[in-house]
Ligand binder design. Structure first.
Ligand SMILES: Cc1ncc(COP(=O)(O)O)c(C=O)c1O
Length: 330
């Protein structure tokens, strides 16, 4: 998706990013579907499905990290993702028949039966499944599934070139921004598509108040005078699980963290900026709208947090072992 950044002081990009290239489709593997594990090819929906027509689904994105030396696959923050998933479902009046514990257990079983031995991304999805014409959320049948796909780095980890998007972040009073509602991803799809066509890697969205909200599929942190600053959960952000993890890491490192509204021009004067997300991990930003962040190189706080995060998710730091659920017997 992303193009590795150029060296420090790079000019505003002019050439369109290579976004037109076709993305590889997910093939093979298994899915949890209809209450059992089946080949992914059998987990299909009908064209008349409500969620396909109206965006009435919600999902999660969970990473699994393969650690070769331990021959182990670790699911990161598994119960946290399912707790958020059930809240997203409740917002859309989707009745998920499973508890957090059952969802965790099915996910482990799915990856185990799929003999997954590589970094992967797990996608639970709940949705309005009835084949009917008409909007609304009640009186409809719900369905639920989980699939997975291989996933390495989703964005470049060595410096992203971002822009402030002309698209505004959806307001919580329009579509709940704190839920992962399928329909709401049109918002960030438009933003990231425009950004990449304009030659950037990523987009930062402002909310209706003109404050910095988040990136397309990632939360944002700024570093100013040695302090981490991130927009609070009332700024139309998704309440990111990686955001919480990074706040925990920063506090353990003695880095002060401030949650407060962020103005657009703070992006231009920040010492460092990085994005956080399950897919994005901890991804430093080296320019915004063609203006270098700090000296245009990855800053020391971003670098340090990226290192400790990547150690934690691969089970290399016992202090964060509780973040991980092993898939194979230890
Ligand atoms: C819109 C949006 N914001 C932020 C995030 C980061 O959230 P998390 O760290 O829970 O993956 C994501 C990814 O899930 C997202 O889709």
């Amino acid at each position: 998706m992303a193009i590795p950044a150029e060296a420090a002081g790079h000019p505003a990009p002019t050439a369109p990013a290579s976004t037109a290239s076709k993305k590889k489709e997910i093939e093979g593997g298994l899915a949890f579907w209809g209450g059992r594990i089946v080949p992914l090819a059998e987990a299909n929906v009908n064209i008349a499905t409500h969620a396909l027509n109206y965006g009435t689904g919600c999902f999660e994105g969970i990473r699994a990290y393969w650690v070769e030396e331990k021959e182990q696959l670790y699911l990161l923050k598994l119960p946290e993702h399912y707790r958020r998933f059930l809240k997203s479902c409740a917002l859309l009046r989707i009745e998920c028949p499973y508890t957090v514990e059952e969802l965790c257990a099915w996910t482990v079983r799915l990856l185990r039966e799929g003999r997954v031995r590589h970094d992967a991304y797990v996608r639970p999805l709940g949705f309005k499944a009835s084949r009917v014409i008409g909007v609304g959320l009640s009186g409809l049948r719900d369905e639920f599934g989980i699939f997975y796909a291989p996933l390495g780095n989703y964005v470049a980890m060595d410096g992203l070139r971002v822009c402030v998007s002309p698209w505004q972040r959806i307001s919580d009073n329009a579509v709940p921004s704190r839920s992962k509602t399928t329909g709401s991803y049109v918002n960030i799809s438009l933003a990231v598509d425009q950004a990449q066509r304009d030659g950037y890697d990523e987009a930062i969205l402002l909310n209706a108040q003109g404050h910095v909200s988040e990136a397309s599929g990632a939360n944002i942190f700024l570093v100013r005078n040695g302090r981490l600053i991130t927009p609070p959960v009332t700024e139309d952000i998704l309440e990111g699980i990686t955001r919480d993890a990074v706040i925990e890491l920063a506090q353990a490192l003695g880095i002060p963290v401030e949650e407060r509204p962020v103005d657009r021009t703070e992006l231009y004067v920040a010492d460092e900026i990085f994005l956080t997300g399950t897919a994005a991990q901890v991804a430093p930003v080296t320019s915004v709208d063609g203006r270098p962040v700090g000296d245009g190189r990855i800053g020391p706080i971003s670098r340090r947090l990226q290192e400790v995060y990547l150690d934690a998710v691969r089970g290399r730091n016992p202090a964060y072992a509780s973040w991980l659920t092993p898939v194979y017997e230890e």
